[in-house]
Design a protein around this ligand. Structure first.
Ligand SMILES: NC(=O)C1=CN([C@@H]2O[C@H](COP(=O)(O)OP(=O)(O)OC[C@H]3O[C@@H](n4cnc5c(N)ncnc54)[C@H](O)[C@@H]3O)[C@@H](O)[C@H]2O)C=CC1
Ligand SMILES: O=C(O)CCC(=O)C(=O)O
Length: 525
């Protein structure tokens, strides 16, 4: 039974779903990195929010870990390259807390416009500061969105409802989508110059880090109010403090900080500064949503192989998994076959799906071919890290789909570019289920690729099969299945034999020494 650790505070629904799906679950929160390293080896899955930092050190200690599930959106607390290199799938729940976070941004906008936190504090301190808090209306004001994805779009919708004008800077926002959202797409400098309120809704990436730098903050309109419910690191906090102190910026509200938890900060106590402790996603509705979603996704993956919302692996829904999985098995075997039969660098690998194979999700098929191929070179490869490793090795990966059926109702062909030219193998699914090789380097041959096998290329001449059979018999090697293919009578023939034990180097040398043998190789699947 797979075992999952929930290491951050999460709605109890998550644990309930894991148990209902047959996954054992421990909830142990508040561990130090060292304590987590000591226990992580027991677990197949790790479910987190933002407190647990899934570092390379933790991943290195996670000998059984297959999946990290983030109950939330941002995954900057997970070392994704390290997870990918280890073959650990990283999933998030991209929509469950979007409305909640958008609402928090709108709440902070009002908090700034009407100085609500300070007015509340002074009123409750008994000063009745009726004349100290002149606010501004948001109606008719310009809201500048930096990032118009899921959360930014919801903020735009709510702001339009408040009769604001919404402008957006997002290099990936299409003009059509901007029209659909009712926002004006602008360049960053225009946004800085025009916005009365600026709200950030991008992930923290190398492109967005410090997007509101000292230089860019200086370009903002005097009296601007800034809200950040996305990630610390998007704003230069020191420059923000200077411009709040000088009065150029009329207010700033941060839910997120460069260093969290932010228990001390130069911004604390600055007039017109509002802070919340990374509460963007903290509503009961959002937490139930993300807890259910993360548990369902992780349980699907651990119990059925379904992959949803993975950031480093192709998605396969639980519904499509039964259809895609036989293709993945075939793909992995074909990749492994070309890998075992190839020598030297392979600059290009092509995957061609024909007939019914062209109708299924190709991404897992491609990953499976690459995993099968690369496993002949390294044993640390799997579906998750195969595309990364292929890229690292400079391999070009080509995908071709032909929906029309050829000789077979469904066919996968894997071709590699070698020094000797293009070489390809092809296979089908027998009964839509069982992987079967049907072509090897241009020669028709039907074989199951399983267990230990012996591959021989020889001159097609009478008596050869008998001599090979006797040699294997004398060595005590039992033949399971025997497959023969040839280009033409008397030409080059291929023999693929499944054998009950691995072919030893000694026996292989004897096979190679048989008259007429051009190549002999021991294979295993
Ligand atoms: N405070 C909190 O508790 C929460 C914070 N978040 C943060 O909010 C962020 C946004 O979430 P979603 O809207 O769901 O993500 P999303 O991926 O749907 O949207 C992000 C948008 O940023 C845009 N973007 C990327 N690079 C950009 C750049 N260089 N300049 C301008 N725009 C750029 C993208 O095109 C995309 O439209 C998350 O990455 C997460 O860090 C999310 C949930 C809760
Ligand atoms: O889990 C949380 O409270 C933080 C949510 C968040 O930052 C995210 O989903 O990106």
């Amino acid at each position: 039974m797979p075992k999952v650790l929930i290491s951050d505070k999460m709605d109890p629904k998550a644990a309930q779903i894991f148990r209902e799906r047959g996954v054992e679950v421990d909830e142990i929160t508040g561990k130090t990195p060292e304590e987590l390293i000591a226990i992580i080896g027991e677990y197949d899955g790790l479910a987190i929010r933002s407190s647990t930092k899934v570092t390379k050190a933790i991943l290195d200690a996670a000998t059984n870990l297959k999946v990290v599930g983030r109950a939330g959106i941002g995954v900057d607390n997970v070392d994704i390259p390290a997870a990918s290199a280890k073959g650990v799938v990283v999933m998030n729940t991209p929509f469950g807390n979007s409305i909640t976070t958008a609402e928090h941004a709108i709440a902070l906008m009002f908090a700034l416009a009407r100085q609500l936190p300070e007015a509340n504090a002074q009123t409750q301190a008994g000063t009745w500061p009726k004349n100290g808090f002149m606010g501004v209306e948001v109606t008719g004001k310009t809201l500048g969105l930096i990032g118009a994805g899921n959360i930014g779009s919801i903020v735009a919708d709510r702001a339009l409802g408040l009769r604001m004008k919404v402008i957006a800077f997002d290099p990936f926002l299409s003009p059509e989508r901007a029209v659909e959202l009712g926002v004006e797409k602008v360049e960053l400098d225009q946004l800085l110059a025009r916005a009365d309120f600026i709200t950030l809704h991008t992930p923290l990436t190398e492109q967005t880090r410090n997007i509101l730098s000292a230089e860019n903050l200086a370009k903002t309109k005097k009296g601007v109010r800034i809200i950040n419910c996305a990630r610390g690191g998007l704003i230069d906090e020191a420059a923000l403090k200077d411009l709040l102190d000088s009065g150029h910026i009329a207010g700033a509200a941060l839910d997120v900080f460069v260093t969290e938890p932010a228990k001390e900060h130069t911004l604390f106590g600055t007039p017109n500064f509002v802070a919340t402790p990374h509460l963007g996603a903290s509503t009961s509705e959002a937490q139930v949503n993300v807890a259910i979603q993360v548990a369902e996704q992780m349980a699907d993956f651990l119990m059925t192989g379904g992959v949803t919302n993975a950031l480093n692996s192709p998605s396969i829904s639980a519904e499509e998994a039964p259809r895609v999985k036989p293709y993945m098995a075939l793909a992995e075997k074909l990749g492994s076959l070309v890998g075992q039969l190839s020598t030297g660098a392979i600059p290009r690998i092509s995957i061609h799906s024909e007939g019914a194979a062209a109708e299924v999700n190709q991404k897992p098929i491609v990953s499976a071919v690459l995993a099968g191929f690369l496993r002949t070179q390294t044993d640390t490869v799997n579906m998750v890290n195969a595309p990364f490793l292929a890229k690292e090795r400079g391999m070009e990966v080509r995908e071709v789909r032909t929906e029309r059926e050829g000789d077979y109702h469904t066919l996968l062909r894997v071709s590699v570019k070698t020094d000797a030219g293009e070489r390809s193998v092809a296979g089908t699914l027998f009964g839509n289920r069982a992987p079967r090789l049907v072509e090897l380097f241009g020669i028709k041959v039907e074989a199951d690729l399983a267990g230990h096998m012996l591959y021989v290329v020889n001159e097609d001449a009478p008596g050869f099969i008998g001599r090979l059979g006797s040699l294997l018999g004398e060595a005590g090697v039992n033949i399971g299945t025997f497959h023969l293919g040839r280009r033409e009578a008397g030409g080059e023939a291929i023999l693929l034999l499944s054998v009950d034990e691995a072919v030893t180097p000694d026996l292989l040398a004897k096979v190679k020494a048989l008259g007429g043998v051009k190549t002999a190789m021991a294979l295993s699947f």
